[in-house]
Design a binder for this molecule. Structure first.
Ligand SMILES: Nc1ncnc2c1ncn2[C@@H]1O[C@H](COP(=O)(O)OP(=O)(O)OP(=O)(O)O)[C@@H](O)[C@H]1O
Ligand SMILES: O=C(O)C1=C[C@@H](O)[C@@H](O)[C@H](O)C1
Ligand SMILES: [Mg+2]
Length: 222
C-alpha cells in the first residue's frame, strides 16, 4: 500500500496493461495492483465475451474463429485506451498485433515473465477447458500444456518484450532467496511490479523533462 502511494503520484492516471502468456498471473496480479492503486480492474477476455454476448472465450473460438476473437479483442483494447486509471489484464495473445501495442502504449505495459514449466504446472492444475489454444482431449495435462505453451512462445518470439516493464519471476525468486518461482506469492509479484513501474515512470518523466528543457532552449536561441 505504501509503495502504491508513491507510484500513484508518478503514474498521473495512466492505465496499466498487463501482458504475458496464458497463466502468467495477469488477472491475479492485476486485481491486486488495481486494489492498491485505487484503479478499476478489467479483464479484456471478459470484455470480449460481453461484447460478443457469449459466456466464454472457448465458445467464441468454436462458434466464430480465432480471427473474430482477435478483432473483438483489438476493439476492446482500443476503447479502453481512451480511459484513465485502469489496470487491464490483456488476453495472452494480444501482443501479436501491432495495433494493440499502439493502443497499449498510451498507458504503461508490464510483462509478467514466467518460466514455461511454472505456467504448465499452474494450467495443468486448473485444466485447459477455458483456454482453447491449450485444450487437448487426451494426454498428461502438464506435458500437453508445456508442449503447446512452448510452441506459442516460439511463434510469439519477443512480442512480449515490447512492454515498458519486464517483471521476471526468476529474478524475484533469486532476489528473495527462493530456489523455485512457485514459492512466490501474487503479493511478491505485485510489489516487484510496483517497483519496476516506478523506476520506469521516473525515468520516462526525466527524459520528457529534458526534452522540454532543450526545446525551450532552442526556442530561446531563435
Ligand atoms: N503467484 C502465483 N502462484 C501460484 N499460482 C498462481 C500465481 N498467480 C496466479 N496463479 C494461478 O495460476 C492460474 C493462472 O493465473 P491467472 O488467471 O491470473 O493468469 P492469466 O495470466 O490471467 O491467464 P489467462 O491469460 O489465461 O487469462 C490461476 O489458477 C491462478 O490462481
Ligand atoms: O494466448 C492466447 O492466445 C490467448 C490467451 C487467453 O487469455 C485468451 O485471450 C485466449 O484463450 C487466447
Ligand atoms: Mg486472465
Amino acid at each position: 500500500q505504501r509503495k502504491s502511494e508513491e507510484v500513484l503520484f508518478q503514474l498521473n492516471g495512466r492505465c496499466i496493461y498487463l501482458v504475458g502468456m496464458m497463466g502468467s498471473g495477469k488477472s491475479t496480479v492485476g486485481k491486486i495492483l488495481a486494489e492498491v492503486l485505487g484503479y478499476s480492474f478489467f479483464d479484456s477476455d471478459k470484455l470480449v465475451e460481453q461484447a460478443v454476448g457469449m459466456p466464454s472465450v472457448a465458445q467464441i473460438f468454436k462458434v466464430h474463429s480465432e480471427a473474430f476473437f482477435r478483432d473483438n479483442e483489438s476493439s476492446v483494447l482500443r476503447d479502453l485506451s481512451s480511459m484513465r486509471r485502469l489496470v487491464v489484464a490483456t488476453g495472452g495473445g494480444a501482443v501479436i498485433r501491432p495495433v494493440n501495442w499502439k493502443n497499449m502504449k498510451k498507458g504503461l505495459s508490464v510483462w509478467l515473465d514466467v518460466p514455461l514449466e511454472a505456467l504448465a504446472r499452474r494450467i495443468a492444475k486448473v485444466g485447459t477447458a477455458s483456454r482453447p489454444l491449450l485444450d487437448q482431449p487426451s494426454g498428461d495435462p502438464y506435458t500437453m500444456a508445456f508442449s503447446k505453451l512452448s510452441m506459442l512462445a516460439e511463434q510469439r518470439g519477443d512480442a512480449y518484450a515490447n512492454a515498458d516493464v519486464r517483471v521476471s519471476l526468476e529474478e524475484i525468486a533469486s532476489k528473495l532467496g527462493h530456489d523455485d518461482v512457485s514459492k512466490l506469492t501474487p503479493i511478491d509479484i505485485a510489489l516487484e511490479s510496483l517497483h519496476k513501474i516506478e523506476s520506469f515512470v521516473v525515468e520516462d518523466t526525466a527524459v520528457a523533462d529534458s526534452q522540454t528543457e532543450s526545446q525551450s532552449q532552442r526556442m530561446h536561441t531563435l
